[in-house]
Design a protein around this ligand. Structure first.
Ligand code: ATP
Length: 382
């Protein structure tokens, strides 16, 4: 959609939130949020229950009025526009389909309400998109959860919103169906090219679908970026633990050596790439993802130069088919997690085996030790 803005004749239709705040009587749910969602991207708001994701979404939809701040679509301010006046539609977890109407009529609803007469082709195209053409005469109760969710999606998309908001849309589906629908949703988003904002507390779901993830915690965004970027280079302990799992080891920062930051970990010198070091003096959390931890028998060869720590003992082994998950008790009492692919290159370690532990320095990250090392873990969550 083109808007005139002086010499810039076509303004981008990015969604912008500026200092967006929502205070309830005794609680500030969203705290001065600044955010740009680029037009046509799949954006995920990810965070634990109560972090303010739904409130943010409701303000974008016009269902909640912000206490302060602004919402723009391109250069058009929509902060106080009525919900039906904004080019925004929402798909909720509880599909909210009309039970007395068949699927065709459910999808046609928005067009009919706008007085559009010639709807057959448009509804047909939309049913094609969500692969439900053969189901058009069924009633919602005759369909599975995943099918109903696709009808809800078609019913929202037919209004051609600029921004589609998805509030935990897959939450009611079982795991297998949820995985299938994630792929489906991403396909549909790519095909229609609209801006999707997806709210979820499921980190795997966010990583599977989104171009960009904003990790929310306590009403603010902790970190935002592409899934791989956030996973590899978390800036806070909350992000390190909430997005996947992390080993966080207490170390003392020695200083910088070229492109590396050097630290000591229980007497062993280790290094972290400078662009993954988010602390530069004092003590720090040295972070390493479990699948990056490599194990060897005492003195055995490990394909990871540097950062080798001796004296570990296997304390738990969980065989999960594709991989084996180990816990290793280190000499200072901490248990590290290591996930090893079951490639068959050697047998499994058993509980009590003495091992050395290592990782490639380029996979480590370094965080400020003033942060709680358990923030964002399952125990700290909910
Ligand atoms: P969930 O995944 O559980 O829905 P969420 O991240 O979407 O969580 P919100 O629904 O945005 O969280 O709620 C954020 C905070 O604001 C919560 O602590 C909630 O209790 C509070 N809250 C939400 N709506 C209201 C309200 N109408 N009045 C008072 N407090 C509210």
């Amino acid at each position: 959609m083109a808007t005139s803005a002086g010499t810039n004749t076509i303004a981008s239709r990015d969604l912008r939130l500026e200092s967006l705040t929502k205070e309830f009587a005794t609680f500030t749910a969203v705290k001065s949020l600044d955010l740009v969602v680029p037009q046509g991207k799949f954006f995920a708001l990810l965070g634990p229950s109560g972090c303010g994701k739904t409130t943010t979404l409701r303000m974008v939809a016009g269902l909640d009025t912000p206490t302060s701040g602004h919402i723009y679509l391109g250069d058009q301010e929509v902060t106080y526009d009525k919900p039906y006046k904004r080019p925004v539609n929402t798909v909720f977890q509880n599909y909210a389909l009309f039970p007395h109407l068949d699927i065709f009529e459910n999808v046609a609803f928005g067009l009919k309400r706008r007085g559009i007469k010639d709807i057959k082709k448009e509804v047909g195209d939309m049913l094609d998109l969500v692969e439900l053409t053969s189901q058009s005469t069924k009633k919602p109760t005759q369909m599975s959860g995943g099918q109903q969710q696709r009808v809800a999606l078609a019913r929202a998309l037919i209004n051609r919103p600029e921004v589609l908001l998805l509030d935990e849309p897959l939450g009611a589906l079982d795991l297998k169906l949820r995985r299938a629908m994630q792929i489906e949703l991403k396909r549909i988003q790519t095909e229609v090219g609209l801006t999707f904002i997806h709210v979820t507390h499921d980190q795997e779901e966010a990583m599977t679908m989104a171009d960009t993830i904003a990790v929310m915690n306590g009403g603010v965004i902790e970190q935002m970026g592409a899934p791989g970027e956030l996973y590899d280079n978390p800036k806070t302990t909350f992000v390190a633990n909430f997005l996947g799992q992390s080993n966080l080891l207490s170390g003392d920062i020695v200083g910088r050596d070229g492109q590396q930051v050097i630290a000591t970990l229980q007497g062993t010198k280790v290094s972290v790439l400078a662009d993954r070091a988010h602390a530069d003096s004092g003590s720090g959390w040295i972070g390493i993802r479990p699948e990056k931890v490599m194990l060897a028998e005492v003195g055995g060869q490990i394909d990871a130069p540097g950062n080798r720590i001796e004296g570990g003992v296997i304390s738990d082994v969980s065989f999960v088919g594709v991989s084996t998950q180990y816990l290793i008790r280190m000499p200072w009492g901490q248990e590290l997690m290591a996930f090893e692919q079951n490639t068959g290159h050697r047998g499994l370690f058993s509980v009590g085996t003495r091992v050395d532990v290592s990782w490639r320095p380029e996979y480590a990250f370094l965080l400020d030790a003033s942060q709680d090392a358990t923030a964002g873990t399952t125990d700290a969550d909910e």
